[in-house]
Design a protein around this ligand. Structure first.
Ligand code: NAP
Length: 280
């Protein structure tokens, strides 16, 4: 089974490197061609050219319209029996639309968003939540096991993205809690490395504190996970929450905060740049 990867951004690059290391990568496509040069595999100049040459096509791009645009393109050439696995974070509706676009081509589509940050992508330790057919998932499992340590089948198409929405709402709350608490500690004049060290070992310890606590208190906000991308996710969550009649006030507040930061030109910084609004 030949595997191709579309999208070599902060997440896709780490995944593609792990696939290449495992000898599983047959080809890559990235909109900006310069990012493909390190790979000793076929480099395609369009998604259509890749789709005709591979059996499993992995996608990791920014947003809903990017996934739909790519699926539209690959649908022109993709072979029956191929499987498309979308690792991007988009809406459940987009996943369902993409799957429908490929159905009459006899191509399976799995929505398989991931969590674990650029560190998880680099180390092959991501958590992956998958929607779509179990049969297709079992076919691609040997490939995605190189990318993700934990792979859970959530149910029908769209359920992977719905689960990722739960994750993104939680991330908003964690970002609010960690940035607010560390800004408070810094205002009290505490030694923040010690604060982070001791708190990490207790009940308030978490991934975000471990990976972004020290950098944010040193005013370093390199992505990581771009704030504008989390904003995109939270807008999806707001639509879903409104339909389900559920309140998500922490996410609502985070959307407003991110919009202020994006207006000030910080959209390409890591989500920990929320700290900018909390520190004195
Ligand atoms: P990123 O660094 O901004 O990379 C985005 C990638 O998508 C680039 O390769 C970009 O190509 C490509 N792309 C964007 N629009 C495209 C289009 N219309 N056609 C073709 N390619 C296009 O973003 P990222 O952090 O890797 O995130 C990718 C996805 O994973 C997003 O959905 C994000 O929400 C999700 N995610 C991110 C993290 C994280 O911690 N970063 C964690 C979990 C999930 P160019 O190189 O040409 O710009």
């Amino acid at each position: 089974m030949k595997v191709g990867m579309v999208g070599l951004g902060a997440m896709g690059l780490g995944m593609a490197r792990n696939l290449a290391k495992a000898g599983l990568l047959a080809g890559v496509y990235n909109r900006t061609n310069a990012k493909t040069t390190e790979f000793n595999v076929a480099v395609y100049d369009s998604p259509e050219a890749m789709a005709v040459a591979v059996d499993i096509l992995l996608i990791c791009v920014s947003a809903d319209q990017d996934v739909i645009g790519l699926v539209e393109a690959i649908a022109k050439t993709i072979k029956p029996g191929s499987i498309v696995v979308d690792l991007s974070t988009v809406s459940s509706e987009t996943a369902k639309n993409a799957a429908a676009m490929l159905l009459n081509k006899e191509v399976d589509f799995l929505d398989a968003p991931v969590s674990g940050g650029v560190e998880g992508a680099k180390n092959g330790t991501l958590a992956m939540m998958v929607g779509g057919s179990t049969k297709a998932l079992e076919k691609v499992r040997p490939v995605i096991e190189v990318i993700a340590k934990r792979i859970i089948h959530m149910g029908e198409t769209g359920s992977g993205q719905a689960t990722k929405a739960v994750n993104q709402i939680m991330c908003a709350g964690i970002n609010q809690a960690v940035t607010e608490a560390l800004a408070f500690g810094q205002a009290l004049g505490l030694e923040m490395e010690k604060v982070i060290d001791v708190i990490s070992g207790g009940a308030a310890g978490n991934w975000f504190l471990d990976h972004r606590g020290s950098t944010m208190t040193h005013s370093t906000f390199a992505p990581g996970f771009k704030l504008a991308l989390h904003h995109k996710d939270l807008k999806i969550c707001q639509t879903m929450a409104s339909k389900a009649n559920v309140a998500i006030p922490l996410s609502d507040m985070t959307v407003i905060d991110y919009e202020e930061l994006m207006r000030d030109g910080y959209g390409d910084e890591d989500i920990s740049a929320l700290y900018r609004l909390k520190r004195s």
